[in-house]
Design a protein around this ligand. Structure first.
Ligand SMILES: C[S@@+](CC[C@H](N)C(=O)[O-])C[C@H]1O[C@@H](n2cnc3c(N)ncnc32)[C@H](O)[C@@H]1O
Length: 221
């Protein structure tokens, strides 16, 4: 396989979901489910880093009219998501486009009402995260929503067990998937820099995981 940027999760695609469930039970899924009621009835949705497609089926089940771009950097993750979509037999009102790549694969003119980052932003060191978030923010229309689910300890500094777990995750995924970050980002700094305003927040897994909704202000920053 030619080297594709940020494609390291290709190597763990066959067991990633089972591992995540083993460690976190259904808490990571619940953090994403909590965001779905915030989706407009009709919207262009960018899902970036959705992995093997569990979230995609949940989006279809909302019965909303969604034009979804499902963008993931790992070929095996994207294939699994496509397979899941093909096997999804329930009626729904959405269209789905699958695309292999990173935010670099977004077209300059592509705009979305919703950007969904499910357990993606924790993978990047600060400078790279800033570039990634900047690009996603450009693709979000004024008034659009950013649905965020990730490891973000409510209590700062994080509790000892949260720091231990985060260190274990970074060690594991740096070796297996080439993850470059070494600690959880200061997300607040990045959202503030983009003038994204938080309108919803819910904590999961003893406060280590949060689901949040941010809105992009209509006025220019
Ligand atoms: C930690 S996994 C999370 C998967 C899924 N959202 C979940 O919660 O089970 C991160 C996912 O983001 C993808 N990814 C990593 N960097 C990416 C990038 N720059 N652009 C798009 N996808 C990326 C990986 O291939 C992987 O599928």
């Amino acid at each position: 396989m030619p080297h594709l940027p940020d494609s390291g999760f290709h190597r763990v695609a066959s067991f990633y979901d089972r591992l995540a469930r083993l460690v976190y039970g259904h808490h990571l899924e619940q953090a994403q489910l909590a965001l779905l009621p915030h989706l407009p009835d009709s919207a262009r949705v960018l899902v970036i880093g959705g992995g093997s497609g569990w979230l995609l089926t949940q989006l279809l089940q909302t019965q909303k009219h969604l034009a979804i771009l499902y963008l993931d950097a790992a070929p095996a993750m994207l294939q699994r998501a496509e397979q899941r979509f093909i096997q999804y037999q329930q009626p729904h009102h959405s269209t789905v486009t699958f695309r292999l790549g990173t935010e670099q694969a977004l077209q300059p003119e592509e705009q979305f009402d919703v950007v969904f980052t499910p357990f993606l932003l924790d993978l990047f060191p600060p400078k790279r995260l800033q570039q990634l978030m900047q690009r996603l923010n450009e693709a979000l229309v004024p008034g659009g929503l950013w649905l965020f689910a990730d490891f973000w300890p409510v209590q700062q500094p994080a509790l000892w067990w949260q720091r231990l777990l985060a260190t274990g995750m970074y060690t594991f995924f740096s070796v297996l998937s080439g993850v470059k970050a070494r600690k959880l980002p200061d997300y607040q700094l990045h959202f503030d820099a983009l003038a994204l305003r938080e309108v919803f927040s819910q904590a999961f897994y003893g406060g280590m995981v949060q689901g949040k909704v941010f809105v992009k202000e209509k006025r220019p920053v």
